[in-house]
Write a protein that binds this ligand. Structure first.
Ligand code: SF4
Length: 228
């Protein structure tokens, strides 16, 4: 039981590839802005589509898969899943929240990943704790970042704009990253029920364009993506 669902074809989820997107059930965080309730909350029952997913890949000769969630690295069977994909000669892109660096290291050691997209939940311990509702630290994200740099796997850092950027906390982030890194700003989803319903009105007040301008004044190469 690992595949909650899959999207047969996507042009937007694996840079440079036409890919199948697979949604893995379960997550270790409870982000206030999360709109994937059915993947994150334990009380949502789902029909396991693992067999159907692999059958689809084989029958259609799919060679690229974007793995998302939930948090794929949180699933106990994630390595078996990745080995099976790699055994079938499939390129893999992983979306991760950046707080499972030990498992990420194993996946990189085993050459199971071809591209990684890492969320940046916040730029300080306080921001990360507030938004994820878990006792996590900025330095845990930094561990993940350094790992990706060390292994040289292509990656991007994805930032959902859930509050106005603060000059002081942005400084931590820019001191860590490299000017050649790919950084993507994402507009939060506000038209679906969020994990924290009370957060919806706060999100609607965020001036996304203004925050993009602020961010770009420090990091002009930033890309912007609207989640569909
Ligand atoms: S947004 Fe947060 S809670 Fe939702 S799937 Fe991603 S990491 Fe998990």
């Amino acid at each position: 039981m690992i595949v909650a669902d899959f999207e047969p074809v996507s042009l937007n989820d694996f840079p440079g590839r036409i890919a199948t997107v697979v949604f893995i059930h379960g997550c270790n965080l409870l982000c206030r802005f999360c709109y994937n309730r059915e993947l994150v909350l334990k009380n949502f029952a789902y029909v396991d589509k693992t067999k159907e997913f692999f059958k689809f890949l084989k029958e259609n000769g799919i060679k690229s898969v974007a793995i998302t969630g939930g948090e794929p690295l949180f699933h106990p069977n994630i390595f078996e899943f990745l080995y099976e994909l790699k055994g079938d000669g499939i390129e893999t892109k992983l979306d991760t929240n950046g707080f499972s660096s030990k498992k990420l290291k194993i996946a990189l050691d085993e050459k199971l990943l071809d591209y990684v997209a890492v969320d940046v939940k916040g730029f300080s311990d306080e921001e990360i704790k507030y938004i994820t509702r878990c006792n996590l630290k900025f330095r845990y994200f930094a561990d993940t970042y350094r790992l990706l740099k060390k292994y040289g796997v292509p990656f991007e850092l994805r930032i959902t704009v859930w509050r106005d950027f603060q000059k002081e906390t942005l400084k931590n982030f820019f001191m860590l990253i490299d000017s050649n890194d790919k950084v993507v700003l994402q507009k939060p989803i506000v038209d679906k029920p969020l994990l924290d319903k009370r957060f919806e009105s706060q999100l609607k007040r965020i001036d996304f364009e203004r925050n993009v301008e602020v961010f770009m004044s420090y990091f002009p190469k930033t890309k912007v993506r609207n989640i569909l």
